[in-house]
Ligand binder design. Structure first.
Ligand code: ZN
Length: 311
């Protein structure tokens, strides 16, 4: 556990996949800690949290989940059982959490989705198998207290940061942004188009980055990696990254229709493992859809396959 400014503590939890760790945060409040994010709900998660909270000392007044990805929401129910504290989650984010983790038919839906975007059947099965790896370790809290942008939790204001996840919420107080996966120091947060996600995640993300620049927090504590000491500068760099990626996507498009799966090869390389290919396809689609909206690409659907051409 690391002590950060203003009595904030950072708890680093292990992850079985890259980047190998996730940060949760303890925010000091009137009636005890607010625990932000939970790590994955592995069998030892509750015991790990028991130790961390004992070490921190004092009661927990609330748990806040920034977004429904496994490494953030996975042990929310463990934290609730351990502390009795209510779990808070964004309303849209919880709806998606239910849709993905509370729904045994989700894998089927993902399978159809990758086939719609051109992945061959055997590849699709491997891709979806990969995404089910975490499923047994998701212990999200049912019926949490739902919150919306602008509401406050013990003085921390919820700031919506869509893009990496549609319903992701950050927390802001006194120039400190608890950024979750909206801003990361070295890593570029993934921004992908998934089934049932909002139609233009990259557009959402670019707007959220503009909002970060406008809010101009002094420091951002992120879900992975080191604190971001120049959040507005980092937001500008991420905007620039996506501008270049959009240009590369335009360059990869031609008169012949190409699926998201096919386009992911020139954009992300040939030798990705299925787990990475999955994110590559979703990210390629978020760029292609942005280009359709900007008038630089066309989408067509033929025989149940979506493909893109240059406009
Ligand atoms: Zn995430």
């Amino acid at each position: 556990m690391d002590e950060l400014e203003g009595g904030i503590r950072r708890v680093t939890l292990p992850l079985p996949t890259r980047p190998g760790h996730v940060h949760a945060y303890l925010l000091p409040g009137e009636d005890g800690w607010i625990v932000v994010d939970s790590g994955v709900g592995t069998p030892d998660a509750k015991e790990n949290w028991r130790r961390e909270l004992e070490h921190a000392g004092g009661p927990v007044q609330a748990v806040f989940i920034t977004h429904f990805h496994p490494d953030h929401v996975g042990a929310a129910a463990d934290l609730h059982e351990l502390t009795g504290a209510p779990v808070h989650q964004g309303a849209l984010d919880y709806a998606q959490c239910e849709l993905v983790w509370g729904n045994p038919a989700w894998s089927e839906r993902l399978l159809d989705w990758f086939e719609l975007h051109g992945a061959p059947h055997d590849v699709t099965e491997e891709l979806v198998g990969q995404s089910s790896l975490y499923r047994p370790f998701i212990r999200y809290q049912r019926d949490p207290l739902l919150m919306r942008e602008g509401e406050r939790l013990d003085g921390w204001e919820l700031v919506a940061a869509a893009g990496h996840a549609d319903g992701q919420q950050c927390l802001l107080k006194n120039g400190v942004l608890i950024a979750a996966d909206h801003l990361l120091d070295r890593i570029t947060p993934t921004v992908g188009l998934w089934p049932a996600s909002r139609p233009d995640p990259l557009g959402d993300y670019l707007a959220a980055l503009d909002r970060t620049i406008e809010l101009d927090p002094r420091i951002a504590f992120a879900g992975h990696g080191e604190p971001v000491t120049d959040p507005a500068g980092r937001a500008r760099a991420l905007k620039e990254h996506h501008r270049l990626r959009l240009e590369e996507t335009v360059a990869a498009l031609g008169p012949e229709p190409q699926t998201g799966y096919e386009l992911s090869f020139p954009l992300f390389g040939d030798d990705l493992k299925p787990a990475s290919r999955r994110f590559a396809i979703a990210e390629t689609l978020s760029h292609a859809e942005r280009l359709v909206l900007e008038g630089a690409a066309r989408r067509q659907e033929d025989d149940g396959i979506v493909a893109y051409t240059a406009a």
